[in-house]
Design a protein around this ligand. Sequence first.
Ligand code: NDP
Length: 280
Amino acid sequence: MITLKGAEVSARIKEQVAEDLKKLDGKIPALAIVRVGEKPDDMSYERGAKKKMDSFGLQAESFVFPEDISDEDFKAAFQKICQDEKITGILLLKPLPEQISEKDIDRMIDPKKDLDGISPENIAKVFAGDPTGFAPCTAEAVIEVLKAYDIPIAGKRAAVVGRSMIVGKPLSMLLLKENATVTVCHTRTADLKGTCKNAELLIAAAGKAKMLDEGYVGEGAVVIDVGINVDEDGKLCGDVDFQSIQERASMATPVPGGVGAVTTAVLAKHLVRAALQQAE
Ligand code: NDP
């Protein structure tokens, strides 16, 4: 089995970003990372995103708010960030605390700065196959991995395990745009094993540690693992039991070192695209 390495895909995206940056006449796009509270997962993602922006020659600034900020105060602060001309794009770390209406925030974000595709406008564009929209970075990262390794998508049977608005659903639409035949699986899927096993492209985005073992993988399938979980030994792992699929899959992404590294590279790509679109 071939291991699909996120770092290699990220390096390829970096080259594209460098080319696009040249069109901005020296202007360096700036990312605003908006975080509420001190969740370790958010902080780790934030560090990774900042490191990536730095290595791609882009700016990033964090806007951090206390966990108990009121809905009204957060909305006022968020509005300011959206309107700040120095900010090219925004990454909002979710989920937000309960007292803040996430739906309202999704509608408030300026679609032109919405790099992770949370606004209704960008969701609609992803579903319509309109390339001017921003898809959620993780969903797009899966497509980037497949393309970087020249893995055919058109005409293939793809199974996506997970139907969240941030990964499963948009990813299904992106795969459909690439002409895959897509099956979306979830907790009510009757024959999950059979459906997964029948897929030529299996994408795991369920958030369940090592849930998909060799029994779920068809002979020669390509397996992309979006999951980020912690196993019983406290180690980072995906939704796929990477060791057990070695003899069955033809290629697979590891966790860590797979899709995660590509997600922040897509964020950087979106940031530069936002700058170019705003300059038009
Ligand atoms: P959610 O919890 O929002 O969604 C999980 C989805 O998986 C749901 O649709 C759920 O079905 C489905 N699911 C859960 N358990 C099963 C099961 N046993 N059988 C079938 N389907 C199941 O998670 P997210 O989409 O936000 O994230 C998914 C994973 O991806 C997580 O591990 C997360 O950490 C990771 N992630 C990784 C990123 C990266 O950069 N690599 C970025 C974002 C997320 P139902 O709808 O029926 O409940």
